[in-house]
Design a protein around this ligand. Structure first.
Ligand SMILES: NC(=O)c1ccc[n+]([C@@H]2O[C@H](COP(=O)([O-])OP(=O)(O)OC[C@H]3O[C@@H](n4cnc5c(N)ncnc54)[C@H](OP(=O)(O)O)[C@@H]3O)[C@@H](O)[C@H]2O)c1
Length: 265
């Protein structure tokens, strides 16, 4: 049976573990974290195997997933490099912003590298994951990484240069933020809080659901739903005039900048 070891047992590891259990993952999942209490909680909540000793974790790993914050990556890889058998590993880094060219020198040259950016929504089997591979990574290794993440949602392979933009654009935080903003605006416009949130949730989720299900072109759907001279058209025009597009573009640019700054720490 294949063993996947997570180094770092925080938020994204927990979400992946939940999604993998839900998908009835066939291999063994082991988590190593530097906090004993966190490992105990993971063991208790998700019935996941934990490994307190990093050397034992590395020895058991067929695939090692680096799930520590970007600022903690160099130290974690330094510890892993000191473990016997680390050079035979397939390593997948989840760290946002840190390119392969910075990761590679931190472990032995034989290590096989990939990067993945999963979404916390993988806990319900619908998390979109972006993957990118070291140029020399073999076809079977690529397939293995892709299949691992496909258990918890769709996987998009892309050039590494696109990952920062993807990271800023795909977060489920956009959905929660849009829902909260529209809900608050609807409340300010006179709806009671519960109805405002329900109306906002339907406006966002039903439209996206329809776009996905119908396979229709997005601009056709937009035209259809916003009749010229009607309420929706006026609402959208008001939002655009107020700088809606510019706000989103600035938000993404700030996210990309932050990912790069975090990776430099
Ligand atoms: N969260 C997301 O939605 C998401 C999505 C895609 C990618 N990612 C990437 O995934 C990584 C983890 O993010 P996260 O949100 O899960 O972070 P997190 O909740 O802070 O979890 C990281 C865990 O790793 C532990 N850790 C740090 N250094 C360690 C080491 N050397 N050995 C063992 N354990 C160590 C941390 O312990 P301490 O608490 O003591 O530091 C913490 O428990 C980040 O690089 C992030 O860019 C996250």
């Amino acid at each position: 049976m294949n063993t996947t070891v997570f180094v770092g047992g925080g938020r994204i590891t927990s979400a992946l573990v939940v999604g993998l259990r839900r998908a009835k993952h066939q291999g063994l999942i082991v988590v190593h974290d530097r906090n004993t209490q966190k490992m105990r909680a993971l063991q208790r909540e998700f019935r996941v195997a934990v490994e307190h000793d990093l050397q034992s974790a590395v020895t058991r790993a067929d695939m090692l997933i680096i799930a520590v914050r970007p600022a903690a990556v160099a130290k974690a890889l330094d510890d892993i490099a000191g473990c016997t058998g680390a050079s035979r590993l397939l390593v997948v880094s989840l760290a946002a912003g840190i390119p392969l060219k910075k990761l590679r020198p931190l472990l032995a040259p034989q290590v096989r590298w990939a990067r993945a950016l999963p979404s916390p929504i993988c806990c319900i089997g619908r998390g979109l994951t972006a993957v990118t591979f070291a140029r020399n990574l073999s076809h079977p290794d690529r397939k293995r990484v892709r299949k691992f993440f496909e258990q918890v949602g769709p996987v998009l392979e892309m050039a590494e240069s696109r990952l920062d933009a993807f990271n800023a654009a795909y977060s489920p935080a956009h959905g929660y933020h849009a829902l909260a903003t529209l809900g608050q605006a609807a409340q300010s416009a006179g709806l009671d809080p519960k109805v405002a949130l329900i109306a906002a949730a339907h406006a966002l989720a039903d439209a996206i659901h329809n776009w996905r299900e119908s396979g229709q072109n997005l601009s056709n759907l937009l035209n259809e739903s916003a009749t010229p001279g009607g309420t929706s058209a006026a609402t959208l025009a008001g939002m655009d005039t107020a700088g809606y597009k510019r706000a989103i573009e600035r938000g993404l640019a700030a996210g990309i900048q932050q990912a790069r700054a975090n990776a430099r720490r």
